[in-house]
Ligand binder design. Structure first.
Ligand SMILES: Nc1ncnc2c1ncn2[C@@H]1O[C@H](COP(=O)(O)OP(=O)(O)OP(=O)(O)O)[C@@H](O)[C@H]1O
Ligand SMILES: [Mg+2]
Length: 507
């Protein structure tokens, strides 16, 4: 509604003409009765109100019944999904359509502290209560550790001091594709980069081939490629590279330097440095258990298993000890594995899985010249475009939607938008929201903490919802600076922190 001053109509100062304008957006038709069903809301328009017709504000019982009409249509399933109550009517539960929410991907956005992690926890706790649910949460800060109950399984990507055990995940290097491996090891500005890449790939091929032969896997042997997830020993590759780097060959006038002599030295140094980097032990640990062919089966069971009590439910994977520069590569790897396994599963056996990507701007960036990030982006774009067909849903969670890959965002059809103060971020969200539904985006900066605008397939109408507090809260608690500063009872643990920094582990 807009009120504006038209003009002075007389010489007397206080006599002015004011124009009141109401802009109406037509959103659907509410009917009391169609056939045997009552209180129906439809998103189609059967008639358009005439100019000068009377209009009414919905309140009291009428509002409650209208809200019920909207939510009943979204809650027809056995275990409906709800984020909270409508702001317009605190009695009415805001049901969402759980199928539609995950079918066509979802986005949860909001400035820092606006309540994203809590909203996600509210969603997750309902997911975890379903019998055979299957969701993976990429937990970047270890915030979701506190979600401990029957439907949650917790894993941690191994830190420098972790040994292979059940709740620790190692992601051995042999799961990386050739290009991913090279983006970590190769310095493309080196003159010898093409030689280094060639010798490396030859050696990896030989190693993979010999493992398949040893295990009599003939069909696999016929069809394997450089990128097939087949274990190989990096130590052997290193040996091969060293031999080539020092090789002397017979020349016409006695021994002379081989074709790769001295050209691989820098590559060998980089490889050695990576292999001995304690922070990367989850990638380069060469324990025999991790070099077994069926390690991938065990890993996949942890990631997307759903048939037993131990594996089914919401899998929270703590990435807090993964170095931030390779975070995109590693999360991209996990996503690629999950997506490929789903793709290779025959349709009747496919069980859907949802990937909750918290702090998505860190590993699905909108622009980057870093090849490590590009691999992750390609994977996520693929999942965003094709995931629906293979039962892989994305829930992209970010405080900086303007820094998240646009292709991925534009494939998402459900929005949970919490308070968003930054103008760039607001504009991104504005562009993504369907404009036929009124200017909901204008509310973004004025929402309260925990208040969300929910728009999309899963909700019949765009709704402003007060997200209900989750029973199990993430440990993302806001720190009260002033109160903390007024109080000296917290023990000082600075030297413990420094120790942790040296050990690269908080334990
Ligand atoms: N639905 C809610 N009801 C009441 N309080 C809430 C709600 N959601 C969030 N809060 C409060 O806001 C704080 C921050 O919420 P949350 O950790 O979910 O923010 P966030 O958006 O994930 O922030 P960040 O982007 O920094 O991770 C919580 O600790 C809690 O005190
Ligand atoms: Mg958060």
């Amino acid at each position: 509604m807009r009120k504006s001053l038209l003009e002075f109509v007389s010489d007397e100062e206080d006599q002015v003409s004011v124009e009141n304008v109401i802009k109406a957006t037509l959103i659907g038709t509410h009917v009391n009765k169609i056939g045997s069903s009552t209180n129906i809301f439809k998103r189609t328009l059967e008639s358009v109100p005439e100019i000068n017709s009377e209009c009414f504000v919905l309140n009291g019982d009428k509002l409650t019944s209208f809200m019920q009409a909207i939510s009943n249509q979204s809650s027809s399933s056995k275990s409906p999904l709800s984020l909270g109550k409508y702001i317009l009517d605190e009695e009415a539960e805001a049901w969402l359509d759980g199928n539609k929410f995950f079918q066509r991907h979802a986005v949860v956005v909001g400035s820092t502290g606006s309540g994203k992690s809590w909203s996600v926890a509210r969603l997750l706790e309902q997911v975890s209560e379903l019998n055979a649910s299957n969701a993976v949460v990429f937990d970047i800060h270890g915030e979701y550790k506190s979600l401990e109950s029957a439907g949650f399984v917790h894993y941690k990507v191994a830190g420098p001091n972790d040994k292979p055990k059940n709740d620790v995940i190692f992601l051995p290097y042999w799961l990386l594709t050739y290009e991913e491996m090279l983006s970590m090891l190769l310095d493309r500005s080196d003159n010898n980069a093409p030689n280094q890449a060639m010798i490396f790939s030859n050696s990896v091929l030989i190693e993979k081939e010999s493992l398949l032969k040893e295990n009599d896997l003939l069909q696999e042997y016929e069809n394997f490629t450089l990128d097939s997830p087949i274990p190989y020993k990096l130590e052997n590759v290193l040996e091969f590279l060293k031999i080539k780097d020092l090789e002397m060959v017979e020349g016409s006038r006695g021994p002379k330097q081989g074709p790769f002599n001295g050209k691989l030295t820098r590559f060998i140094q980089r490889l050695n440095a990576k292999m001995s980097d304690k922070r990367l032990s989850f990638l380069f640990n060469e324990s025999n258990d991790l070099l077994k062919l069926d390690y991938l089966d065990e890993l996949a069971e942890k990631l997307i298993g759903w048939s037993s009590n131990e594996t089914s439910g919401v899998k929270i994977i703590d990435f807090s000890e993964v170095p931030s520069d390779i975070l995109p590569l590693i999360i991209g790897l996990v996503t690629r594995l999950i997506f490929s396994i789903q793709q290779w599963t025959i349709r009747e056996n496919r069980h859907p899985v949802a990937l909750f990507c918290d702090e998505a701007h860190l590993y699905i960036p909108s622009s980057s010249d870093n090849t490590l990030d590009n691999h992750a982006n390609q994977t996520f774009e693929r999942v965003a475009k094709e995931g629906r067909k293979y039962g892989v849903a994305l829930v992209v969670i970010s405080q900086r939607p303007s820094e998240v890959n646009r292709t991925v965002l534009s494939q998402c059809n459900n929005f949970v938008a919490l308070r968003l103060t930054n103008v760039d971020d607001q504009n991104v969200v504005k562009r993504l929201l369907p404009d036929s539904l009124g200017n909901f985006a204008e509310l973004l900066p004025v929402l309260d903490i925990g208040e969300a605008i929910v728009v999309g397939d899963s909700s019949l109408l765009p709704s402003r919802i007060k997200v209900q507090e989750p029973t199990l809260k993430p440990t993302s608690g806001t720190i009260d600076f002033w109160d903390e500063w007024s109080d000296r009872t917290t023990p000082t643990t600075i030297s413990t922190s420094i120790n942790s920094m040296r050990k690269q582990s908080r334990q």
